[in-house]
Ligand binder design. Structure first.
Ligand SMILES: [Zn+2]
Length: 377
């Protein structure tokens, strides 16, 4: 099999949902699934998206003059031509995702003290591209820009010392009301229990300007390796459905759409377990989010039986940050595998050269064993 991570991240490149590149990636994944002997189906869907028309920029004007690293917020409102200039004031914490993305927020105010726009600092480090939660509905469509953690620390220090901090910020984009994306489904039918399913999934879209090598070409790569191994082995008792989800970076749009579709048809209870692979190409350990406890015990026993397994850290707090979440909301046992730490998350530096192929291989091997056991045979 070709190097899938390389193909998606380097040959195709950034794959923001609704783009031509995302579409190319979906066709490539469908072809690969077909070549592995899976029955392939493509589920198209339309969604509300956002595209930048001017890059996010921040210029510090006082107490010193320099450029500040800036990232785009999807669904941000647009600053007027020429940007916004004003005084920076700390306004609190922005709860983009509770217990996970809780970021310090600053307003840029005019001379009357009215808010003109906001700078929100990624507590995890760099000025990445991110999405305004619930597609901007919670926070409105003021101009928002992501800044980095050192900028937050600088602002804090200056404000505490009573110095005036002034910036000029800019961002602009348009809401796209009819973007097309696809979920790509490949099925390995079960022999004895074909109406019971194990879902193995990974999203294939990326953020705006990121090649998305680790996030999440690596997860698609691992998923297709699992498919290859299981397609060649003895037939599973339960059906295994491999799904490459589109538009995950739009807050799990593809997986939410998929789960809603099954629920409408009254067949969601066919899904017995989910294994989601999101960023498995880097890190010194695998962070495994798994619930309920019985599923965790199955996973633990599988990992204990592997001689070559990566170190695993378990947790049971399921957050709305990846494609297992819509299944979890419906009470389905879920597990997410994620390699951690990874510093290039949601940046243009999330490129093929950062990926550790051994991490993908070992994760895929462990996940193959998990899926094989859950599917029976
Ligand atoms: Zn991801």
């Amino acid at each position: 099999m070709e190097d899938i991570t390389r193909h998606l991240s380097q040959t195709i490149g950034p794959r923001p949902a609704g783009s031509e590149n995302e579409h190319r990636a979906s066709q490539y994944i469908a072809q690969t699934m077909t070549s592995l002997g899976l029955a392939v189906e493509t589920q198209p869907f339309y969604f509300l998206g956002w595209e930048p028309t001017r890059p996010a920029t921040v210029q510090l004007l006082a107490p010193e003059s320099r450029e500040i690293p800036a990232g785009s917020f999807l669904f941000s409102g647009s600053a007027p031509e020429g940007g916004i200039e004003g005084q920076v004031a700390h306004v609190g914490t922005m709860y983009l995702c509770r217990d996970f993305f809780e970021w310090p927020k600053y307003a840029v105010k005019d001379a009357d003290g009215s808010d003109l726009g906001y700078l929100v600092a990624n507590a995890g480090g760099p000025a990445i591209t991110f999405v305004l939660y619930e597609l901007g509905r919670f926070f409105g469509r003021m101009p928002y820009v992501v800044v980095d953690l050192p900028t937050h620390e600088f602002f804090q220090k200056q404000i505490a010392a009573g110095r005036e901090v002034r910036v000029q910020m800019d961002t602009a984009g348009i809401v796209k009301d009819n973007l097309l994306s696809h979920n790509v489904l490949g099925v390995l039918p079960g022999t004895c229990l074909p109406n019971e399913e194990i879902v193995v999934c990974a999203h294939y879209d990326s953020t705006l300007t990121s090649p998305g090598a680790c996030d999440n070409a690596s997860g698609v790569d691992a998923m297709l390796r699992i498919a290859k191994t299981l397609a060649q082995g003895p037939k599973p008792a339960k059906t295994i459905r491999f799904i490459a989800f589109g538009a995950e970076e739009y807050l799990m749009f593809g997986s939410k759409f998929y789960v809603a579709t099954l629920k409408e048809k009254g067949i969601l209870d066919r899904v017995k377990n989910v294994v989601n692979l999101d960023m498995v190409g880097f890190g010194d350990h695998l962070a495994v989010t798994v619930t309920p406890e019985s599923y965790k015990r199955r996973l633990q026993s599988v990992f204990a039986g592997l001689t070559d397994a990566v170190r695993v850290e378990y947790n049971s707090a399921v957050l709305p940050v990846s494609d297992h979440f819509p299944f979890y909301e419906e009470g389905i046992p879920v597990a997410m595998f994620l390699g951690w730490p990874y510093d290039d998350y949601h940046q243009s530096t999330d490129s093929y050269d950062k990926v550790d192929p051994e991490m993908i291989r070992r994760t895929a091997e462990a996940a193959t064993e998990v899926v094989r056991q859950m599917a029976g045979g």
